[in-house]
Design a protein around this ligand. Structure first.
Ligand code: SF4
Length: 348
């Protein structure tokens, strides 16, 4: 993995983004922001599964006003997502938003953007310049690729904010197309010092969306790019947080709860390994410890991985061997595989 790009660090509420800080996991609520109760409940669910920063849509003044109440009920910083109307950005700041996400191209005139920037500066609130490939401003240069247009548009907005002596900036350049997204981020990473929020936009339903996001976000992280991530899924936002941590854990960038190693099973397996692994995964959701648990289907290749994990099982015909920290600790009957394994996990 390439050395991480060290960006300028910013603080959104009490969360540090960039400057070598751990990659921050964020998500976005899917409730009607005007319904503060429902939005608080969803944010609490996200907090419980490790979300560190949450964004809410602010489509009108009632939604902006609801931020006052939402903030009282949550523990993580809140970013207000604004399109088109600069007055909503001002109202969200007034209501206590810890960050703003704007697509400045959507807001239009420079004097309106200036008003927002000055209000954010007064409060020390960062702004994410969030460009999506689907809503780029017109370009004078038709030869540019989509990625180049994204970078061109983002730089224009960055320079506008800098000209107002504002540097609490974060940038995102998201597209559905993974190569376009990677190209855009690689290019902007060399041109600006600010932290980057990375993700694949409109990635889809979980089965394919997680794969697209993993390829895009994972590649960028491998290249050392990315200070905060969101996996955008057509699903409950908790799925986004779970997927985000799995990506970070896969690259050893964050530790967050257990890692489950399970073999794909094959003709050597003599028990229902798929069912056992699914049950173990479900039970592990309640465990916070960053441990490695292995579920292996046979005594041929199983013991190696099982020994390598903090706790593991190598299943055989009617019996399984449980390993803990590399040592065999028990031989158990098939009916006891799950409980015996979990007993060792819980005892760590
Ligand atoms: S651990 Fe055993 S059952 Fe599982 S895939 Fe490997 S050889 Fe097959």
């Amino acid at each position: 993995m390439k050395q991480r790009r060290i960006s300028k660090s910013i603080r959104i509420g009490d969360v540090t983004i960039g400057g070598g800080a751990p990659v921050v996991v964020q998500s976005m609520t899917k409730t009607d922001t005007r319904n503060a109760r429902a939005t608080i409940d969803q944010i609490k669910e996200l907090q419980n599964c490790g979300c560190e920063l949450v964004r809410v849509a602010v489509p009108d003044t009632r939604a902006a006003g609801a931020i006052v109440d939402i903030k009282k009920g949550i523990k993580i910083p809140l970013v207000a997502d604004i399109h088109f109307d600069y007055r909503l950005a001002l109202a969200a700041l007034e209501a206590g938003a810890d960050g703003l996400r704007l697509n400045p191209g959507n807001i239009g005139e420079a004097d309106k953007i200036k008003k927002v920037v000055l209000a954010a500066k007064d409060r020390g609130v960062p702004i994410r310049i969030g460009l999506n490939a689907g809503s780029l401003p017109k370009t004078d240069n038709p030869e540019l690729t989509v990625a180049e247009r994204m970078v061109e548009a983002a730089l224009e907005q960055v320079h506008l904010l800098e000209s107002l002596d504002f540097d609490l900036i974060k940038v995102s350049l998201k597209a559905f197309d993974v190569p376009t997204t990677i190209e855009a981020y690689q290019s902007i990473a060399e041109k600006i010092p600010y932290p980057l929020h990375i993700g694949i936009t409109e990635a889809g339903l979980p089965r394919t969306g997680v794969i697209r996001s993993t390829v895009g976000i994972g590649t960028l992280l491998w290249l050392g790019i990315g200070d905060t991530i969101r996996v955008s899924l057509t699903a409950h936002p908790r799925e986004e947080v779970v997927a985000a941590y799995e990506i970070l854990k896969s690259l050893n960038l964050r530790q967050h709860g257990p890692v489950l190693v399970s073999c794909p099973t094959c003709g050597r397996a003599e028990s229902d390994v798929v069912k056992l692994a699914e049950e173990v995964e479900k039970r592990l959701q309640k465990i916070d410890k960053p441990i490695k648990v292995a579920v292996m289907g046979c005594v041929v290749n199983g013991p190696g991985e099982a020994k390598d994990a903090d706790v593991g099982i190598a299943c055989g015909k009617g019996k399984g061997v449980i390993f803990k920290k590399g040592k065999k600790v028990a031989t158990v009957e098939e009916k006891d595989f799950l409980n015996a394994l979990m007993k060792e996990v819980e005892g760590l």
